[in-house]
Design a binder for this molecule. Structure first.
Ligand SMILES: Cc1cc2nc3c(=O)[nH]c(=O)nc-3n(C[C@H](O)[C@H](O)[C@H](O)COP(=O)(O)O)c2cc1C
Length: 316
């Protein structure tokens, strides 16, 4: 695919290959890794505006970043325009350059609260949230789906509303809410969304190889792609696409991830996060099944380090 820089509001992104927000994964260390390998923009996992308002400690931890992060984008989840505006403009987000609004989360509890993909059923409220977040003075982006039901998709209409309300970029996950995370990506709907607006449109959903990214670009005409689950399995997909930093091994990046995570968070968090990441990394590796149980039983970083070396030693 053609790699190009992308302008979002006043910010120039280094590439048009984006890392998706992923709850439980896109903490600061993972975002730094994705940037190092060529990602043009990474997001925090979704952070509930309500929880932030009530000073929830765990939610505030999701906002951890440093000035070393190339572009800092936070994703907010919420359905109340007043709370979203208040949080977007609050000092809590002072370190972030871009605010992304989650309008795609399909989870029943979130939907029932009028948040995430439920905003696709209420264009007026969604527009009020975008306008409110824009009061922060920062570029505002939206992540949405192609619709709620598979039989009635309306991505083009929705992104038009986003642009009219002031959004600086939209990412369309090419699945309806009813499809959750499975099923073939709806390229045509993304293509229609791209044709409907002049702000950048990013295509997401079902990219599980560099070739898939190529196909996504060809079939949608989008300005860039966003990769989610496959980047956990193979973060090198960013290097493959952008030709940046191709030399590291899986073992090297996992050990570096562990070190960086331990320097930013406590040991319990670091062990839990690394176990999930290693598990993704093992997915397509033959003969590694036997390590899975002992890896999950590791109680210290030293033990985990040893087992990571065993699993990925053929990488040295
Ligand atoms: C474990 C998991 C966590 C996710 N967390 C978020 C999130 O916090 N915010 C968001 O907008 N999307 C979230 N998503 C959706 C992804 O960003 C992405 O849209 C979806 O996985 C489709 O892309 P893929 O087919 O490349 O995985 C999540 C998906 C998964 C599987």
């Amino acid at each position: 695919m053609e790699i190009k820089r992308l302008r979002v509001g006043g910010i120039l992104l280094p590439s048009n290959v984006l890392m998706a927000p992923l709850a439980g994964y896109t903490c600061y260390p993972f975002r730094m890794l994705a940037y190092e390998l060529g990602a043009g923009l990474c997001f925090t996992e979704m952070s509930s505006a309500n929880a932030l308002k009530y000073a929830d400690k765990a939610t505030r931890r999701l906002l951890f970043t440093t000035s070393r992060e190339p572009v800092r984008a936070v994703q907010l989840l919420g359905g109340d325009p007043a709370v979203m505006t208040q949080m977007a403009c609050s000092g809590l987000l002072k370190d972030f350059d871009i605010i992304d609004i989650n309008m795609g989360c399909p989870v029943p509890n979130v939907f029932k609260s009028g948040e995430g993909s439920a905003l696709m059923t209420d264009l007026k409220r969604a527009a009020a949230i975008i306008r409110g977040c824009k009061k922060s003075g920062k570029p505002v982006t939206v992540k949405c789906r192609t619709g709620i039901q598979k039989e009635h998709m309306f991505a083009a209409e929705f992104v038009r509303m986003c642009e009219d309300a002031g959004a600086d970029m939209v990412t369309v996950h090419g699945r309806s809410r009813s499809m959750m995370y499975d099923g073939a990506c709806c390229y045509e709907e993304i293509a229609q969304a791209k044709a409907a607006v002049s702000i950048p449109v990013i295509a997401n959903g079902g990219i599980f190889s560099a070739n898939d990214a190529e196909e996504m670009m060809e079939r949608t005409g989008a300005d860039g792609v966003m990769i989610a689950r496959y980047a956990l399995e193979n973060p090198f997909v960013f290097s493959e696409l952008t030709q940046k930093n191709r030399k590291k091994t899986t073992l090297q990046i996992l050990l570096e991830q562990m070190e960086l995570t331990a320097s930013c968070y406590d040991e319990t968090f670091t062990i839990g996060y690394m176990q999930k990441l290693v598990s993704y990394g093992m997915k397509k590796r033959r003969g590694t099944k036997k390590y899975k149980e002992p890896m999950y039983q590791c109680g210290s970083l030293e033990e985990l380090r040893e087992i990571i070396i065993q699993i990925f030693s053929d990488d040295m």
